[in-house]
Design a protein around this ligand. Structure first.
Ligand code: PEP
Ligand code: MG
Length: 576
């Protein structure tokens, strides 16, 4: 028996046999071309790229493709038709006398290396998209490769070096049990998709391929991030009941898909989804979410050399709004900063990016870019189901300023005779202590508030949310955090506007009754966890929860708070 540690991307336990499938290596001849061949190689570039783009177009219109695949294919098309790609490949052919295959390979190898070496997860995630495109194009030109997952069967545990986003959807469709990769990162597109599909997944498992064989029995523990190879009887006996229970639970949860998310005493709690990529939309629809409570638009601004223009943004917002209608789509304006956007915005390097120019501060510093986003959102709002939300608000002044920008954009659109929803709702994210403390004034200017607990905890407790070394200090149930949530919820209630939580806290089973008890009436969570959250909501009686939450708010220490949080499950016994 061997235990290998990886990074847990999507939780759940799986027990089964492995199937190792690596991507076949493409063989590219290393032979320089002559000056006379440059023109031919240029022509080959155009014809091959056109063929692949045509093939992609056909696949996009193929009705048997699901929405995830269609969106991924559109991204591939965008990469292939990017003029910078053409210019770079042609330059390599002309200046270095590389064959077309060599030039394409060199171009993408450099791009992939650049992205995957970036510490920033957002940039790192882009590398697999480029790998995917490079493979698609080169395998066509070289007439090598093919569908590597052809032989993959139901219930297998897929072991591979790395996987691209399009491949995750295709292997998931084969009903595999789990996925483990030697490379990859927690926030790659592939990982995000695996998570939203609820497929137990580990990435970055060190020496995975050296320690595993085909058809070997393994346990994948997606909670702890470990894969246990050749488990002994004792370990199997420990895991088997958990695995079976999880399978049963999944079935039970699926039965909740059509049920209302209502507490046992009849209070409706709006249960929405968080998405980071359009590819996740199908999963949102599958679980019949009450809409999208947080669409993080960062992916549009990451890992590229030019900014997305208004048209590109409009096309994406419009497509998502159409698919989710009549349910609402809350679009959050860009929330990046520090190193994350330096490629497209030339931001200054900051010593402390989390306290620097990020979130709304970027938008207010780059008004023309902000206006592109606002105009694109407004143009997509004609179905009247879009709302706009602003990140990292720290003072009501920022809301007043963004409203001025929105008004300017509305006036421009009116002049241009372009329709939009002129009653579009706007909301602020409450992610800083200053915003929570002044949420009465912020609520005055907004139609809804949404608490971003990931950041609110970070800023309230002065703990970097990504720094494992201070992980023990990151305590979501710290009395200070609870008081700020309560204060915000109370202020929303006074103004009769909704108060959501869209941070990770809303996806954690033990915190759901706590958040409802604090006065939260809307939760936005990853689609993969939505049914679990609904199940929790349905268990509790809101009146009883509120009484117990008042008691929790009187506790002084985190330990006492935690003890009491564990008691929500026993409330019925208290009250009977
Ligand atoms: C949050 O901070 O809780 C949040 C939802 O925003 P993000 O995780 O994108 O910073
Ligand atoms: Mg945040």
């Amino acid at each position: 028996m061997k235990k290998l540690q990886g990074v847990a991307v999507s939780d759940g336990i799986a027990i089964g046999n492995t199937r190792i499938i690596l991507r076949p290596k493409l063989h590219i001849r290393r032979k320089s071309i002559t000056q006379n061949q440059i023109k031919t190689e240029f022509e080959r570039f155009e014809s091959h790229v056109n063929n692949v783009v045509e093939e992609i177009d056909q696949l996009i219109t193929d009705i048997s493709q699901n929405q995830d695949n269609r969106d991924i294919l559109s991204t591939h098309k965008m990469i292939l038709t990017d003029p910078e790609f053409e210019a770079s490949v042609k330059k390599l052919i002309e200046e270095e006398l590389l064959s077309l295959e060599q030039a394409i390979n060199k171009h993408f190898t450099a791009v992939v290396e650049l992205f995957s070496n970036m510490e920033n997860g957002y940039f790192a995630q882009r590398s697999s998209d480029y790998e995917d495109v490079a493979y698609r194009l080169l395998s066509k030109i070289l007439k090598q490769g093919g569908d590597r997952f052809e032989g993959l069967e139901q219930d297998m545990i897929l072991i591979t070096d790395n996987i691209t986003p399009s491949e995750v959807t295709s292997v998931f469709a084969k009903n595999i049990q789990a996925l483990c990769t030697e490379r990859g990162s927690k926030n790659s597109h592939s990982s995000i998709i695996a998570r939203s599909m609820n497929l137990p997944t580990l990435v970055n498992v060190k020496d995975l391929l050296a320690n595993i064989e085909n058809d070997q029995k393994v346990i994948v523990d997606g909670h702890q991030g470990v894969i246990i190879v050749d488990p002994d009887r004792k370990t199997l006996a420990e895991y088997e009941p958990l695995w079976k229970q999880e399978k049963k639970d999944k079935q039970l949860l699926l039965a909740l898909t059509d049920k209302e998310s209502t507490t046992s005493d009849g209070h409706q709690i709006s249960l929405m989804s968080n998405i980071e990529l359009p590819e996740e939309l199908d999963n949102v629809l599958k679980v019949k979410s009450n809409g999208i409570g947080l669409f993080r638009t960062e992916f549009l601004f990451m890992g590229r050399k030019e900014l997305p223009d208004e048209e590109e943004q409009f096309a994406i917002y419009d497509k998502i709004a159409a698919k989710i209608a009549p349910e609402p789509l809350i679009i959050r304006t860009i929330d990046v900063g520090g190193d994350k956007l330096s490629e497209v915005l030339n931001l200054e390097h900051e010593l402390n990016p989390n306290l620097g120019v990020r979130g709304i501060r970027i938008s207010l510093k780059h008004i023309p870019i902000f206006k592109h986003q606002i105009r694109a959102i407004l143009r997509a709002s004609t179905r009247e189901n879009i709302k706009i939300m602003f990140p990292m608000i720290s003072t009501v002044r920022e809301i007043i300023k963004v409203k001025t920008v929105i008004n300017e954009c509305m006036k421009e659109l009116e002049k241009e005779d372009i329709p939009f929803d002129n009653a579009i709702q706007i909301g602020a994210m409450i992610e800083t202590p200053s915003a929570a403390i002044t949420s009465d004034t912020i609520a005055e200017e907004c139609d809804f508030l949404s608490i971003g607990t990931n950041d609110l905890i970070q800023y309230t407790l002065a703990v970097d949310r990504d720094n494992m070394a201070v992980g023990d200090y990151y305590i979501p149930y710290h009395p200070s955090v609870l008081r700020l949530i309560k204060m915000t919820a109370d202020n929303c209630q006074k103004k009769k506007i909704s108060c959501a939580v869209c941070g990770e806290m809303a996806s954690e089973k033990i915190f759901i009754p706590l958040l409802l008890g604090l006065g939260i009436n809307e939760l936005s969570v990853s689609p993969g966890r939505l049914l679990m959250v609904k199940n929790e909501i349905m268990k509790y009686d809101l009146q009883k929860i509120k009484g117990h939450t008042d008691l929790i708010l009187q506790q002084n220490t985190c330990e006492d708070v935690y003890d009491k949080i564990l008691k929500y499950g026993e409330l019925d016994e208290y009250f009977e």
